[in-house]
Design a protein around this ligand. Structure first.
Ligand SMILES: N[C@@H](CCC(=O)N[C@@H](CS)C(=O)NCC(=O)O)C(=O)O
Length: 350
């Protein structure tokens, strides 16, 4: 049975909280909705909610959201793997001038993501000078009842949220802004080409469930049974990826695709935080020869390294999730060198 969470009114729900012990433990009855990060199933398993705003930007504007310069603004956290995907595709496609972005505070408090100018790379909200991301969600829909997540793409013309679903933002960035790419190579770069779509979609499906979301299911599990199930599936799927990557440079063959970017943002965080903080410690990525070299390969793809911020990653998880790490102490390591040679460019072509 799924126990659905509603704002504070229903105080006897089972919940997963970012910073507080659960309402079900009788604490903090004034807890805000934004601190509830998802639903928890009857067996203590983490159940991620779907994004709510799902509009599409198109090159021709037929959707009501035309790809234009100075129209859209992206809100991200540098800690967040879902937001990180959007920054990578934005960079690889050379549309930085077209899609400006704002980085939220790495520390997520009880009102959710907030803006600050006191921390490196963070800045105030340039559009509304909002204090919290949740305010923007309520501007788009005063009756909004979902989660206040990043990434979130704002449309300045329609004064609303285009979408808060990273997998769709990266598709739009890949194909709809080609008139604005900085170089011809970037315009021609297709990370989701027609002939690989089926293959990309197929790997995305299980990689999302077992790995991208699998680390969260392991880390946020509220029962041994739920943890065991998630972490076992996580490592079975990492083994499966290791096998694929022993044969081809990328997930769908010789070409970098959206599937690789989606996996990369989880892999780059894995040894830094998921191993310790989320108890994903059966193995580290550096124990898998192909996965480790593949992570470095993508990291060293021009433009990608500058989207990775270890400080935001390490501090956000360990300091924000005080239900997992009550003293918010940020661990020292590990000391990883993502710039070591990877040699994957020398692999035989598939
Ligand atoms: N399906 C969304 C998930 C985004 C998401 O869960 N973002 C997290 C940060 S890693 C968030 O903003 N959480 C805030 C909350 O749940 O209150 C996507 O892929 O864009």
């Amino acid at each position: 049975m799924l126990i659905r969470l509603k704002p504070v009114r229903q105080v006897r729900q089972i919940c997963v909280l970012l910073n507080q012990p659960g309402i079900s433990q009788g604490r903090n009855p004034h807890l805000k909705m934004s601190t509830v990060i998802s639903d928890i199933g009857a067996k203590g398993e983490f159940l991620r909610k779907d994004a709510v705003f799902r509009n599409w930007i198109t090159a021709d504007g037929s959707s009501g959201f035309k790809a234009e310069r100075d129209r859209y603004h992206l809100y991200v956290s540098l800690a967040c793997p879902w937001a990180h995907r959007t920054l990578i595709v934005r960079k690889l496609k050379g549309i930085e001038d077209v899609i400006p972005y704002t980085v939220v505070d790495w520390l997520m408090g009880e009102n959710g993501w907030n803006f600050t100018d006191k921390k490196a790379k963070c800045s105030p909200d340039p559009l509304f000078n909002a204090q919290y991301v949740r305010e923007l969600y309520f501007k788009a829909n005063p009756d909004y009842e979902g989660r206040f997540t990043v990434p979130m793409l704002w449309d300045k013309k329609n004064n609303t949220i285009v979408t808060n679903e990273s997998s769709e933002i990266i598709q739009m960035f890949n194909s709809e802004f080609n008139d604005f790419c900085a170089t011809v190579e970037q315009k021609e770069l297709d990370l989701y080409p027609e002939h690989l779509k089926a293959q990309v979609d197929a790997v995305n499906e299980w990689i999302y469930n077992d790995i991208n979301n699998g680390v969260y299911k392991s880390g946020f599990a509220r029962s041994q049974e739920a943890y065991d199930k998630a972490v076992t599936q996580l490592f079975a799927s990492l083994d499966r990826v290791e096998d694929i990557l022993s044969k081809t440079r990328y997930l769908a063959g010789d070409q970098l695709t959206l599937a690789d970017i989606r996996l990369f943002t989880t892999l780059i965080r894995f040894d830094l935080v998921y191993v310790g903080h989320f108890k994903c410690n059966k193995k580290r990525i550096m124990d898998y020869p192909n996965l480790w070299a593949y992570t470095r390969d993508i990291y060293q793809t021009p433009g990608v390294a500058e989207t990775v911020d270890r400080e935001h990653i390490a501090k956000h998880y360990q300091a924000s999730h005080t239900s997992i790490n009550p003293f918010a102490i940020v661990a020292i390591g590990p000391d990883l060198d993502f710039n070591l040679p990877h040699n994957r460019d020398k692999m035989a072509k598939a």
